[in-house]
Design a binder for this molecule. Structure first.
Ligand code: ZN
Length: 465
């Protein structure tokens, strides 16, 4: 049974709302939705539209028709029993806290119904009380119990335990997944990663009840290399286990969720803050934030930023482990490339921005109406800057050299003060009012606000001229 299914890339991002947080929206939505179903409260048209968008994108992954096939996954040990321990963790915690979220993610988008045996319970001890394996419904097509091995030595590799004569293609598919990610336990490599046993309680109960059952030892928790290989491939291992169990090829495309919460000019910088995650990029440690010119779509400047923790987003989307690390924050020092443009933000994991998302918000940066002219005095070596073309031309007529437009200053920003030293004939430019006043105190003449600066660096360079 090979099922193939696809669904289109789902991108649910708030792409046009300034300073509106999807987190807040989604919380509102879900609380409104709760009260709607609980109390029959009416929602506004606007809420309804947002709700429709929200529902269209997310729950699709949860509610499309299932094939009717049912499978059960059991996490080994549990309750008060930790199982094998090693490298700072144990079977109970590792399977439940680290592996389970990824299993749930793929279970959710599987075409089959995949249930999880209550993670708060220990199936083995439940079976001893005549519950557990004894009470699992016979409507399940298989039961897969997940464990990690432990040993004192440096044993390595995974294997799949089945009752003799019950081995099936799904067992081999899972064994091959272990081979690919962790390697096989050498003891069972000659048997394609399978180990036949009759001495395990749950295994025997399921065999007697006619429910196909396997116990998967993913690798050795006591072996740091095995554990690292598993940790680094949780997404792939979980996907392949689900595929192995159901016989599906999960060819789903990516759900992308994001929100740009801050996009503003502040203190000479363009500041960005928000969150973004895409299922396809579980292991990426960073993403690209790119400012683009909205008129041309051309890149203006980019920065690579590390993923930041966002517990609030993680809480909203618990089935997507990457949501917990979806935060981003960056600032771009203001520079001439931004002037007189409507900027937009693009975010993506690949440097070529292949599947990047562009947020709808625009930020207008003014500036190109204020050319700053530069002239040079060959007698004292001074470069003089002015936004007045007339002043520059006057000086050129008096023997200064015309050096053209030096840059374009913004329409607003920090005031740059110009001072003149009547003794040396030298000019000085500063953003600093204290410096301005102290120079005036020592005989300089304050002339004017020369221009505005969004770039404190450029001005401090100039003050050294
Ligand atoms: Zn175990």
């Amino acid at each position: 049974m090979k099922k193939l299914f696809n669904f289109a890339t789902l991108i649910l991002c708030i792409l046009g709302l300034s300073s509106t947080s999807l987190v807040a929206n989604a919380e509102e939505i879900s609380s409104n939705y709760d009260s709607l179903t609980a109390e029959g409260q009416l929602i506004t048209e606007e809420q309804e539209a947002t709700l429709a968008d929200f529902q269209e994108a997310l729950p699709k992954a949860r509610t499309f028709a299932r094939s009717g096939n049912k499978y059960l996954i059991v996490l080994g040990h549990g309750d008060n029993e930790l199982g094998a321990q090693g490298n700072g963790t144990n079977e109970k915690d590792f399977t439940r806290n680290e592996l389970l979220p990824y299993l749930r993610k793929y279970a959710e988008i599987s075409n089959a119904q995949i249930d999880f045996y209550d993670p708060n319970k220990n199936m083995y001890t439940e079976s001893q009380k005549k519950a557990g394996a004894f009470t699992v419904s016979t409507s399940y097509q298989s039961v897969t119990e997940l464990h990690l091995d432990g040993s004192i030595g440096d044993e390595t590799g995974g294997h799949v335990i089945v009752a003799p004569g019950t081995n099936n293609p799904q067992d081999y598919a899972i064994a091959n997944t272990l081979k690919e990610y962790v390697g096989w336990n050498p003891k069972y490599a000659g048997n394609q990663g399978l180990n036949y046993r009759t001495d395990l309680y749950n295994l025997q109960i399921f065999k007697d009840r006619g429910i196909p059952y396997r116990l998967v030892e993913i690798g050795f928790i006591s072996n740091a290399k095995d554990l690292a290989a598993i940790r680094n491939n949780l997404d792939g291992i979980a996907k392949r286990i689900i595929e192995g169990i159901t016989g599906e090829k999960i060819n789903h495309t990516t759900l992308t969720l994001c929100n740009l919460e801050t996009f503003a000019e502040n203190n000479g910088q363009i500041q960005l803050k928000g969150w973004y995650f895409s299922e396809a990029n579980t292991l990426q440690q960073q993403r690209w934030l790119v400012l683009i010119d909205s008129a041309t779509g051309q890149e203006v400047q980019r920065v690579a930023v590390k993923n930041q923790a966002r517990a609030d987003v993680g809480a909203l989307y618990p089935q997507y482990p990457t949501a917990h690390w979806s935060g981003f924050e960056a600032s771009f020092p203001m520079n001439e490339k931004f002037y007189n443009k409507n900027l937009q933000v693009k975010i993506g994991y690949e440097a070529n921005l292949q599947s990047a998302v562009t947020f709808g918000q625009q930020l207008t940066i003014g500036g190109t109406n204020n050319p700053i002219y530069r002239v040079y005095n060959p007698n004292n070596g001074e470069h003089f800057y002015t936004k007045s073309q007339g002043e520059a031309q006057n000086l050129v007529a008096n023997g200064w050299q015309d050096e053209g437009v030096s840059w374009h200053a913004p329409n607003a920003g920090s005031e740059v003060y110009r001072l003149y030293n009547p003794n040396s004939g030298e000019h000085h430019y500063t953003l600093n009012t204290n410096e301005r006043d102290s120079l005036v105190g020592s005989g300089w003449q304050y002339e004017a606000v020369s221009w505005y600066s969004a770039d404190s660096k450029k001005t401090s360079d100039l003050s050294l001229v």
